[in-house]
Design a protein around this ligand. Structure first.
Ligand SMILES: Cc1cc2nc3c(=O)[nH]c(=O)nc-3n(C[C@H](O)[C@H](O)[C@H](O)COP(=O)(O)OP(=O)(O)OC[C@H]3O[C@@H](n4cnc5c(N)ncnc54)[C@H](O)[C@@H]3O)c2cc1C
Length: 403
């Protein structure tokens, strides 16, 4: 039988991990990964908080819950094996009022149901003991979580691919594709290629790549920018762990929080505001195609109409440092605006349906000769190896039944 050719579109953590896992089970496959940028992992995979999430938030039984728990363990083992800087420093989730205490209890039950190790409830005094700067009525301690250098993870994954003989084609943005005579004909800006099966891991562009392949996904990627401040070093050194608020269960965003960075320093954020440029990292970046597509999507307007307070709050935190600081003071009351220095930003690829609902779980379209990742937001960096394993198992089944 001739060697099957697999084409993966997108060399973020999900695309890279998928290539590694697929080659692990099928060393005979010829795999090519196309990436439109000059290097792998230039978008979400390195514009994120650098946190190793353990699966606290996700609905028990969901794919996110399973792959997050499996994923943090796989990612931690990968970091150990490849000597990637990481630190399992633990996290506290802090309830600031009685309503949040009730939600914190449900979160604790989720964490237990999802199989997190060592998770425990903290009283106000216990919180103070392990995180003296934080203030709250109650908290949860999640000792399994930590921080990592995702740039180093991308570099290590590239090394593994090279050793496996997978071809990474950089600066090759896929611009069109069609299926004819039992083959995909994929064209990039400068050449074309044939393959038997395609896997779309294009992150912020995944809905467009799916449409390029003839799909009509019922969801759209709505880009939500997350903005950060850096904490002044004198204050940053006083924080020991990651400090998170109790999130609103309606949204997949976690609320602004404090994250220690693996190479030193502490970041505060990210918020979540509509981005007018899917790959723009400055506040006022606008891409006309992205803007018109987002504003012309009825789902977005339904989302805004259903959650006006949340949208206004996030937008005002983006425009006003004072508001951003106020949200942070819920967790660390002593923090002042002057402690916050300008930081970076990332853009989340979040799928939304036409009713304006955010897709909560990881989501895929599966065909006989294609698989499209339609929703892989946080914690998909942590869970990338588990997601890659999940996709590889699906693709293995599909190509075996095709042959
Ligand atoms: C602000 C923010 C904070 C986050 N914090 C965390 C965190 O702390 N922990 C965590 O686990 N997760 C976090 N996440 C989520 C996580 O970063 C993403 O879920 C994950 O990186 C998704 O990886 P990906 O490979 O799907 O996407 P990406 O990394 O975006 O990769 C997609 C790739 O596809 C390429 N591409 C697109 N179109 C084409 C085309 N036509 N041809 C060729 N290539 C193409 C892109 O250039 C890109 O390299 C965060 C995300 C954001 C934005």
């Amino acid at each position: 039988m001739p060697t099957q050719k697999i084409g993966i579109i997108g060399a973020g953590l999900v695309g890279l991990a998928t290539a590694i896992k697929l080659k692990d089970i099928h060393p005979e496959l010829e795999i090519t990964v196309w990436e439109k940028e000059r290097d792998a992992g230039q978008h979400q995979s390195t514009h994120n908080s650098g946190v190793l999430h353990a699966g606290l938030y996700y609905k028990p039984g969901s794919l996110k819950a399973r792959l997050a728990v499996e994923g943090i363990r796989a990612m931690t083992a990968f970091c150990v094996e490849h000597r990637i800087p990481h630190d399992i420093c633990g996290k506290v989730v802090v309830a600031s009022d009685t309503r949040e205490v009730t939600r914190l209890d449900s979160l604790f039950e989720r964490g237990v149901a999802n199989g997190l190790n060592g998770i425990r409830k903290l009283s106000r005094g216990e919180l103070k003991e392990i995180e003296p700067m934080a203030e709250g009525l109650a908290a949860i301690h999640v000792p399994e979580e930590g921080i990592v250098d995702y740039r180093a993870v991308v570099a290590a994954m590239k090394g593994v691919l090279e050793s496996q003989g997978t071809v990474l084609r950089l600066s090759k943005g896929v611009q069109s594709m069609h299926f004819a005579s039992a083959k995909w004909h994929v064209a990039s800006s400068s050449d074309s290629y044939e393959c038997d099966f395609i896997i779309n891991c294009a992150g912020l562009q995944s809905d467009r790549v799916a449409r390029m392949a003839g799909e009509m996904p019922t969801t759209r990627i709505v880009p939500f920018r997350g903005e950060y401040y850096s904490l002044k070093a004198e204050l940053g050194v006083k924080l020991r762990k990651l400090i998170y608020p109790v999130p609103d269960p309606v949204f997949p965003f976690l609320g602004v929080h404090f994250t220690r960075l693996i190479h030193g320093g502490v970041e505060a954020g990210p918020n979540a505001v509509l981005a007018l440029d899917r790959e723009g990292y400055k506040k006022w970046n606008v891409n006309l195609r992205d803007m018109f597509e987002a504003l012309g999507f009825s789902g977005l307007w339904k989302f805004v109409a259903t959650h006006p307070r949340m949208c206004l709050h996030e937008f005002s935190c983006s425009l006003s440092k004072k508001r951003f600081c106020k949200a942070l003071q819920k967790l660390v009351p002593s923090i002042q605006e002057s402690d916050l220095l300008p930081g970076g930003a990332g853009v989340r690829a979040q799928a939304m349906n036409a009713e304006g609902q955010l897709v909560q779980d990881f989501d895929f379209i599966e065909r006989a000769n294609a698989l499209h990742v339609l929703n892989a937001p946080s914690p998909a960096a942590t869970a990338s190896l588990a997601i890659g394993g999940h996709i590889a198992a699906k693709v293995s089944r599909l190509i075996t039944s095709n042959s």
